[in-house]
Design a protein around this ligand. Structure first.
Ligand SMILES: [Zn+2]
Length: 72
């Protein structure tokens, strides 16, 4: 559980849709767990801390990457 939470903190922001995705653990790049950002330009993706970023801004989290949804 603690491990899953640590991994969840690393996210990838899609600046076009203002959605934060979970970064694929172990991936060298901005790959996401759901794969929705594979075809998105690199310049439109940004690595963020999911918890800090979603608390500070009005950003939504990807429902596929974050299966726990809005219950956090
Ligand atoms: Zn996603």
């Amino acid at each position: 559980m603690a491990t899953a939470r640590n991994e969840t903190k690393r996210g990838v922001l899609n600046k076009t849709t203002m959605t934060v995705h979970r970064r694929k653990p172990g991936a060298a790049d901005v790959h996401t767990v759901c794969g929705h950002t594979y075809h998105v330009e690199r310049g439109r993706l940004r690595l963020v801390d999911v918890t800090q970023f979603t608390e500070a801004t009005d950003t939504s989290r990807c429902g596929t990457c974050f299966e726990e949804g809005g219950g956090y």
